[in-house]
Design a protein around this ligand. Structure first.
Ligand SMILES: [Zn+2]
Length: 293
């Protein structure tokens, strides 16, 4: 099954929901960054959440970035998505290893630690919108739930799950959901929703039972009239290329570039988001220096 995001609404308009199947996206991230299991779980959850939040954006040029800055051994976790299902991201320490949590799960909360979640929406305006909240558990889904309530005043429920294969540490299943209560929703809709949420199992459990994002959403919105309005493909995608990296080299200025040329060694620049290396030979650096003159 290919990765995708679905959008849904209840026919009364009181609830909107997003669901994602993201196994290939998270596996691509794992391979590109050589992620340990707990790092794959942390980044995978963040990529999945970011992609669904990207699907909330209005325009194709808009971008959303989630930055999770905790004091745990994984360092910063970052993901950027647009509204077409494209998402990219990285973690500070991809090889972080931790013993499993008390309930035998990958301990994402401990890997992330205490800190803040920053959400930046770049919508082509002068100042991008930025909201910041304290991390609640570092497990990502709870932190996003808290962000929506505290920063956007939208009561929401976020579930994210990444399941790893024990034998070869590849990604077995990944996905998630975001369910949001619209303004003026009556009290009974909320209590219905709360009751449903209490009765569902974890996202990883539902995924390992083979449930699709649509089925997960139907489960959470049980007893309500659900309409799936849209489905878009989701993928790990980075928009870096040699031209962009060259512009970055130009921006460091003539003096620094001249120094690199004098050192006589080729320069390798790395794109953090997709871990691609770009090497520039001395002759190429000379060519770039000429462009600055
Ligand atoms: Zn890249």
């Amino acid at each position: 099954m290919e990765d995708y995001i679905v959008r849904a609404v209840t026919k009364d308009g009181h609830i909107r929901a997003f669901g994602a199947y993201s196994k290939a996206t998270v596996e691509e991230a794992r391979k590109r960054h050589d992620l340990s299991p707990v790092a794959a779980a942390a980044l995978g959850r963040t990529l999945t959440g970011a992609a669904m939040m990207g699907a909330m954006l209005k325009s194709e040029d808009d971008l959303i970035t989630l930055q999770i800055s905790g004091d745990g051994p994984i360092g910063t976790v970052m993901a950027t998505a647009d509204n077409t299902g494209r998402v990219k991201g990285f973690v500070g320490n991809p090889s972080v290893m931790l013993p499993p949590s008390k309930v035998g799960k990958l301990d994402v909360g401990k890997a992330v630690g205490d800190g803040v979640l920053t959400v930046v929406k770049d919508m082509g305006l002068k100042e991008p919108y930025a909201g910041q909240v304290a991390l609640q558990t570092g497990e990502i889904a709870e932190d996003l739930t808290y962000y929506f309530a505290a920063s956007e005043q939208v009561p929401s429920c976020v579930g994210l799950g990444v399941l790893m294969n024990r034998d070869d540490a590849t990604v077995r299943e990944a996905g998630g959901f975001i369910v949001q209560l619209m303004p003026l929703a009556p009290e009974e809709v909320l209590s219905n929703l709360e009751e449903n949420i209490r009765s569902i199992s974890s996202v990883t459990d539902m995924l390992s039972e083979g449930r699709s994002p649509e089925q997960i959403i139907e489960c959470i919105l049980k007893g309500m009239d659900v309409e799936f309005t849209d489905r878009l493909p989701m993928q790990f995608y980075c928009n870096c290329d040699r031209d962009r990296i060259e512009k970055a080299l130009i921006s460091i200025g003539r003096q620094e570039l001249q120094k690199m040329i004098d050192d006589g060694e080729p320069i390798t620049m790395n794109c953090h988001f997709c871990n691609t290396d770009y090497t520039f030979e001395i002759d190429e650096l000379r060519g770039i220096l000429k462009k600055i003159r």
